[in-house]
Design a protein around this ligand. Structure first.
Ligand code: F6R
Length: 641
């Protein structure tokens, strides 16, 4: 993979090299969002300092959303630890919901103060954020004045941008004009859906916003756009390689000659030079790339591996592959590689030759920890494999990393309180009465008391135990870690701390596993799944000297949202129709998570349907590649640490 590992972001004209000839926007790919954020913060700090040395003001255009969070955290760190001063800085934020009061926790006003302004020495009069409180009749004047203020201070020296799934920059949604300036706009439905989690429901997300225009952004002297995570990959590919069009407002950045995109590997994954590098350059082939290319060729031609012909390779820029190997050998090699990922023995097949199996045969009975970010990811993502591991005699432990309490609705919680009250035949306790009164009075979106959150935690614990019991797991092998980072009571989580890692360390040390399964779901870089895998990575790194870890293999599964690409799968565990039904029943025990649950994302299918569709699709991909035809397959990728 042609990943560049940059140390700085200096702008270079795009499309000048063989490998990026499809690209019309300069971009760099960084190993992680954290690394990218450091580079961006560094560029901003350098700009501030260079302006300071010339006694000049530094005018920054700033963004909100999840993407810039770590950039702001790094700037705050630089202020605290390296003395970076913001005294000469003037800021203009891109946008604000409208109508929106400044003290609303969802306002961008609140966001900017909480994440940046309250922690640095910027002068309050130098902060500009579109005013969500401005009256309807005054919006137009307000917007004109906002533009005038930017012009008065000499224009934006630097504009920081995120990108929405609609391709918006700021809140310039599809349809925005290249000449647009600061104005009131309607938000796209997809944008509102993406914001629904923060607002605790789509109906509470404002329909309008005030945003800088495309022309405002393009007038900045320098623009840096960051994108993290798989959910941005499609829109990034279009913005970088597609035509300039108002249906994808970020494509207008192609007109700006000092724009750099900073992408993590997931966000960059659909760029031609990364997804199919053989289409743009002569590749240095290694086993991984060869495998990726042949699997791609099968899907492109609609043929199974063993039916690929020389013309298929020649006509699809893969003739190189046949230079050192005969087509027969190559097809067989890839076929075998695919076949060797399939196993009905995810914990290893006892007493079998394991040289071509994904897992080791020994020890026969393994100690296994399945880390599940929420109580239900285990059965949704790997219920069939969990079932097999238990029935094949391994010592399986399931560890739920967070309580998942905020995803239990008040109505669900009330139902359980009322069952408890009914059982007490009128002799209900004060606690129950208080809980019922509180739930009755809770407004939508309000953070409930610790007692209610505890009740919701218990509900999810009981659902989880019912599911694991159904699959035959002893209750004592179920662990509820309640990692503290999650327990803010709100959608926004705290960062991972040593307290979280200590809990993980303790469990891993007490079980000394041979296998760990974890959700390697990187789709949402600031979501709970990402924090959960971060906690595991940090824990494994702290425990690396423990002798038992040498024998511990880590397998990643994907969360409910999407599956690994076929060439990324290292272990494919097939399921029969009966096993699919058992998995479905196990998921059903998580009743509070059924039917239009909060935080479902923009996919209206219920979790069990998504899981079944996904597992069926993976099986179909294997079948189409020429492997056996299974009802369903769960997929895993080995993680080397
Ligand atoms: C925020 C803004 C938006 C976001 C975009 C991405 O001020 O103007 O364009 O940058 O919606 O949001 P996240 O970063 O949350 O994915």
């Amino acid at each position: 993979m042609a990943l560049i590992s940059p140390t700085e972001l200096t702008y270079k004209a795009p499309g000048t090299h063989e490998e990026n000839r499809f690209e019309k926007l300069h971009n760099i790919v960084v190993p992680s969002a954290a690394k990218g954020s450091e580079l961006i913060a560094q560029e901003i700090a350098d700009l501030i300092r260079s302006k300071q040395s010339k006694n000049k003001k530094c005018v920054l255009g700033l963004a909100t959303g999840s993407s810039p969070l770590s950039v702001y955290a790094e700037l705050v760190r630089m202020h605290r630890e390296e003395g970076l001063s913001f005294e000469n800085v003037i800021t203009f934020n891109l946008d604000e919901y409208w109508p929106m009061t400044k003290d609303n926790l969802q306002s961008y006003h609140h966001f900017m103060h909480e994440n940046l302004f309250d922690h640095i020495d910027i002068k309050p009069e130098n902060i500009h954020i579109p005013d969500g409180e401005v009256k309807s009749s005054q919006v137009r004047t307000f917007c004109q004045e906002y533009e005038a203020k930017i012009a008065d201070v000499g224009g934006l020296d630097f504009q920081l941008l995120g990108i929405g799934r609609t391709g918006h920059i700021g809140f310039n949604e599809p349809g925005s004009n290249q000449n647009s300036r600061t104005r009131l706009v309607n938000l796209d439905h997809i944008t509102r859906e993406d914001a629904a989690e923060g607002f605790q429901g789509l109906e509470f997300v404002p329909k309008r916003a005030i945003t800088m225009g495309i022309a405002t952004v393009l007038s900045a002297k320098r623009v840096v756009l960051m994108a993290w995570g798989q959910k941005k990959s499609a829109v990034i590919q279009q913005a970088v390689e597609g035509a300039i069009t108002s249906t994808l407002p970020s494509s207008f950045l192609q007109l700006h000659k000092n724009t750099t995109l900073v992408l993590d590997e997931e966000a960059a994954a659909d760029l031609t030079r990364i997804k199919t590098p053989w289409l743009v350059q002569t590749c240095e082939w290694n086993d991984k790339l060869k495998y990726q290319a042949v699997v791609w060729l099968c899907r492109k031609t609609g043929k199974s591996v063993l039916k690929l012909t020389e013309s298929d390779y020649n006509e699809n820029a893969l003739a190189d592959l046949l230079e050192t190997q005969s087509i027969y050998d190559l097809n067989i090699e890839i076929f075998n590689r695919l076949q060797h990922t399939i196993t009905g023995w995810p914990g290893g097949k006892p007493d079998a030759d394991d040289s071509h199996r994904p897992e080791r045969a020994r020890p026969k009975s393994k100690r296994v920890i399945i880390f599940s970010p929420h109580p239900d990811d285990d059965v949704i993502s790997m219920g069939g494999t969990l079932d097999r591991l238990i029935s094949q005699g391994h010592e399986v432990h399931v560890a739920y990393q967070t309580s998942g309490s905020i995803a239990v609705s008040n109505q669900e919680a009330l139902k359980f309180i009322e069952v408890a009250c009914d059982m007490m035949l009128g002799a209900e306790s004060n606690t129950l009465r208080d809980l019922r009164n509180e739930i009755d009075q809770l407004k939508d979106g309000e953070i409930p008391s610790a007692e209610i959150r505890n009740l919701k935690t218990i509900i999810r614990q009981r659902e989880a135990i019912a599911a694991t019991r159904y699959l035959g797991l002893p209750d004592e092998n179920v662990h509820f870690l309640k990692l503290p980072f999650y327990e803010t009571g709100a959608v926004k989580k705290a960062p991972i701390s040593q307290d979280d890692i200590d809990i993980m360390n303790h469990l891993i040390k007490s079980i000394r596993p041979h296998q760990i399964y974890a959700a390697g779901d990187l789709a949402d870089p600031h979501g709970t799944h990402r924090l959960c895998i971060d906690a595991l990575q940090q824990s494994l790194s702290q425990l690396r000297k423990e002798p038992f870890l040498k024998d511990c293999w880590v397998w990643l599964y994907r969360g409910a949202w999407h599956e690994y690409e076929p060439y990324q799968i290292d272990m494919a565990v097939p399921m029969s129709p009966a096993q699919v039904r058992r998995k479905r029943r196990a998921i059903f025990f998580h009743q509070t998570q059924k039917d239009g649950v909060m935080f479902q994302g923009n996919d209206p299918r219920e979790f069990w349907v998504r899981a079944e569709d996904r597992n069926r699709e993976t099986a179909a991909i294997y079948r189409d590649l020429g492997l056996s035809d299974y009802a369903a397959i769960e997929a895993f990728k080995r993680y080397y640490y």
